[in-house]
Design a protein around this ligand. Structure first.
Ligand SMILES: COc1nc(N)nc2c1ncn2[C@H]1C[C@H](O)[C@@H](COP(=O)(O)OP(=O)(O)OP(=O)(O)O)O1
Length: 166
């Protein structure tokens, strides 16, 4: 039996570039990733996505401009926790990314992504995101460097996935 914890993960796109942040502290420290974190009890998932993006990069998005592109699940060998991560993307946003206490943001060309300094799962599912696909990915880790097994399934729509999920 696992304890499920809900997280958000947001990616901003600008033509051939994607905004990543270098995590300065906490879980995923010293890795590039999108912007996100835990969903607090008093907010919706989309509200959490907007808040975490702003706190970590100073960038602003409207909730209605965030597109839910993926559902990711992370489990860890010998750890009774399931991380349920809702992934959003948009090319509609305001601001200029600025360093915060948690992240150093930087635009990357999508052909020059720093996979060697990202979570190992990213290299497996980023191609789906960059091709504009919707998908569900499940990754089981041993420690934080080794993926023991994984699945990635393309979806017609994320709404249908969540509606039909048991
Ligand atoms: C395990 O593999 C992961 N891969 C990827 N790509 N992203 C991951 C993985 N595990 C977690 N994440 C994402 C999900 C969230 O966006 C962050 C983690 O959020 P964090 O623990 O930093 O949550 P906060 O609420 O910001 O936490 P603090 O306020 O306590 O810093 O990473």
């Amino acid at each position: 039996m696992s304890l499920t914890k809900l997280f958000t993960l947001v990616f901003l796109r600008k033509e051939d570039e994607i905004l990543l942040g270098f995590k300065k502290r906490g879980f995923g420290m010293n890795k590039w990733n999108g912007f996100g974190g835990k969903v607090e009890p008093n907010e919706t998932i989309v509200e959490a996505a907007v808040r975490e993006l702003s706190e970590e990069s100073t960038m602003s998005v409207k909730p209605s401009d965030l597109i839910n592109i993926a559902h990711l699940e992370f489990t860890f060998h010998d750890e009774p926790v399931l991380m349920d991560v809702r992934v959003f993307a948009t090319n509609t946003f305001e601001g200029t990314p600025k360093e915060t206490e948690e992240m150093t943001p930087k635009w990357f060309n999508i052909k020059e992504l720093p996979f060697s300094n990202m979570w190992p799962d990213d290299e497996l599912w980023f191609p789906y995101m960059l091709e504009g696909k919707k998908f569900v990915g499940k990754f089981h880790y041993k420690g934080f460097d080794t993926i023991l097994h994984h699945t990635i399934e393309e979806q017609e729509s994320m709404e249908a996935f969540y509606a039909n999920r048991k």
